[in-house]
Ligand binder design. Structure first.
Ligand code: ZN
Length: 342
């Protein structure tokens, strides 16, 4: 029988401090050359073992081989000049210095496929692999070539589809696309965002996820959240179309956020990765708190479609905090599992 409420994480986990400076985004590598290659593999093994020892059911690489969830993928593409940088406002929220699209974009070779193969060799558990979504990629660049966010997103969708097919071929069970930009640009989501996502998953037989969150626990995001009012209804604008889309699973931020849980009604029928762990706080949730979040989600999500998860990636958190949160996630899911079978 398939396990009820399989737990997973949204993606990234903290890196060991011998690999990169902890509690920091875009943290530079401390190793180079062959030492970096084997260091990344060791970090991936550790991330896997930590997930296993905390009882996580669907495991990932913890994004140990990448500096950033968007830019590391883009670094491997042609048509983007990382030396030519422009300051743009990303997610309509904060200024960032980003690389420039200077010509047609393409993927000369696979980006994460060898890393995924390596993870596959380490475990028989289901594995999930995260890729950036097309809209979020576009929103993390300055475009001096296509002069159209939609056209550039479509090209990225084709590239992501090539990568996704190769990830599936090496045994990835679930492919996730991170689209925090979906929470910001509602008209674009409706006009072309979901269409690009469906292009990215075209022809896949493995399961697919779109992860839509309110971001890492960094200051710019925390400040932005303060402007969103007492109820966060961003999901309301995009859920009806997502419900109609071909995406199998929707990964959401649900714990300690001001998202009204009843919005889940708008995606009834979809599988949902319910964020039951706050990544913007170092307070460790109790298993009972996790269980409360899952219990409230169960009003709108059938038990066989509910996947307990974290709100977002945990890369910026201290390692011990991340580990304790994973254990809480497992223990909280276990409480609900017992209620459901008992
Ligand atoms: Zn996220």
């Amino acid at each position: 029988m398939k396990k009820l409420l399989p737990t997973s994480t949204a993606g990234s986990l903290p890196k060991p401090n011998w690999l990169a400076e902890p509690e920091k985004l875009w943290s530079p590598w401390k190793l180079e050359g062959d030492a970096l290659t084997s260091g990344k593999q060791d970090a991936l093994r550790i991330a896997l073992q930590e997930q296993q020892s905390c009882g996580i059911d669907i495991v990932s690489d913890g994004e140990q081989t990448r500096q950033h969830f968007v830019t590391t993928f883009i670094e491997h593409l042609q048509g983007v000049d990382f030396n030519l940088r422009e300051t743009v406002k990303i997610r309509d929220r904060y200024d960032a210095s980003v690389p420039t699209v200077t010509g047609p974009v393409s993927r000369p070779k696979s980006v994460f496929v060898e890393d995924a193969r390596f993870l596959r060799q380490q475990t028989d558990q289901p594995i999930k692999w995260a890729l950036p979504g097309p809209m979020t990629m576009v929103d993390t660049l300055y475009d001096a070539h296509y002069n159209s966010r939609e056209k550039l997103a479509w090209e990225f969708a084709k590239i992501l589809n090539q990568e996704a097919k190769e990830l599936q071929a090496v045994g990835v069970d679930i492919i996730q696309f991170d689209e925090p930009a979906f929470n910001v640009f509602f008209d674009e989501v409706s006009d072309w965002g979901i269409a690009c996502l469906e292009k990215a998953i075209e022809g896949l037989s493995c399961e697919t996820v779109v992860h839509i969150c309110y971001g890492y626990g960094i200051q710019a995001n925390t400040d932005w959240k303060k402007t969103l009012g007492s109820e966060w209804r961003q999901y309301e604008a995009i859920f009806p179309k997502l419900q109609q889309s071909n995406i199998d699973i929707i990964s959401l931020e649900c714990h300690n956020s001001r998202v009204p849980i009843e919005l889940l009604e708008l995606i009834r029928g979809k599988k949902v990765m319910v964020g039951a762990i706050d990544v913007a706080s170092e307070n460790i949730e109790t298993p009972e708190q996790v269980a409360d979040t899952l219990r409230s989600a169960l009003q709108y999500v059938d038990a066989d479609k509910l996947y307990p998860c974290t709100n977002c990636g945990m890369a910026p958190l201290p390692r011990e905090v991340a580990r304790a949160k994973l254990s809480a996630l497992h223990a909280g899911a276990d409480i609900i599992r017992k209620e459901l079978v008992g």
